[in-house]
Design a protein around this ligand. Structure first.
Ligand SMILES: Nc1ncnc2c1ncn2[C@@H]1O[C@H](COP(=O)(O)OP(=O)(O)O)[C@@H](O)[C@H]1O
Ligand SMILES: [Mg+2]
Length: 253
């Protein structure tokens, strides 16, 4: 049975998409079959994995509104074993269109039922909101990765996210677990980064991944080439950090 992991934090710019792209590529490099679901209308995971988002005729949006089956919206990428269901800017309006659907919180869960077993890991890149599509993502997922940027106010908003997760566990998806808190954009030279690591560790203890993701320019350059860091520059710190994280996750599961 494949594992579905949502990558969520309603704060923007914390490294959700970078994690979706590079964790997926790392898992695929370790010969796991991986599917990325791009659930953010900004479609950064799609373009970052080389999908030409202005010329896709099927996206997650078409699946959600019942225009196509999810299998028809799966695209291959340049990384072997790594596929993606891309997003589209139309997804912005999907939440409103879905409002009257019965069981709308379960829409992604039902949708993924037909593909999740073709993959060892399905990673859902959530948008920076706690709206319906994020709720549906957390309802579909077995676990959630919460990226935390090593910055001032790192933990701001985390209690709201944890409250949402608790509520989803209670009402929609009792099996939902926290896969881990992931520290991103870590700069070991900065006292602040170490303080934040200690603070997150104090709060969440064994739920914090041992591997942190360092700040690394290759991670921010790679998406403009439509490539994960491991294909853009396999020797980069960013590529190595995400590979180590992938190993940690495989060992844990
Ligand atoms: N470890 C990192 N090192 C350097 N830049 C990073 C790192 N992680 C993310 N970034 C950059 O920070 C910005 C926000 O990251 P992103 O993954 O898009 O966040 P989110 O999806 O949470 O909004 C992007 O420009 C991305 O390239
Ligand atoms: Mg993003």
């Amino acid at each position: 049975m494949g594992k579905i992991i949502a990558i969520a934090n309603q704060k923007g710019g914390v490294g959700k998409t970078t994690t979706a792209i590079n964790l997926a590529a790392s898992l695929a490099t370790l010969e796991k079959r991986v599917l990325v679901i791009d659930a953010d209308p900004q479609a950064n995971a799609s373009s970052g994995l080389g999908v030409d988002i202005n010329h896709t005729d099927r996206s997650i949006y078409d699946c959600l509104v019942g225009r196509c089956d999810v299998k028809e919206a799966v695209y291959t990428t340049d990384t072997l074993h790594l596929d993606i269901v891309p997003s589209h800017i139309d997804l912005v309006g999907a939440e409103v269109e879905m409002l009257n659907l019965p069981q709308r919180e379960y829409i992604l869960k039902n949708m993924l039922a037909s593909v999740a077993d073709d993959y060892d890991y399905t990673l859902i890149d959530c948008s920076p909101s706690l709206g319906l599509i994020t709720v549906a993502s957390l309802t579909a997922a077995g676990s959630v990765i919460i990226p935390v940027q090593c910055e001032y106010f790192a933990l701001e908003g985390i209690s709201k996210l944890l409250g949402t997760i608790k509520l989803i566990k209670k009402k929609l998806n009792p099996a939902l677990e926290i896969e881990g808190f992931l520290l991103t954009m870590y700069d070991s030279r900065l006292k602040l980064a170490n303080q934040i690591y200690d603070e997150v560790k104090r709060h969440f203890q064994e739920l914090v991944f041992k591997n942190v993701i360092q700040r690394n320019v290759k991670l921010s350059e790679a998406p403009s080439h439509g490539l994960p860091a491991i294909l853009y520059d396999a020797t980069s710190t960013g590529a190595k950090n995400y590979l180590a994280l992938a190993r940690e996750i495989i060992n844990k599961n």
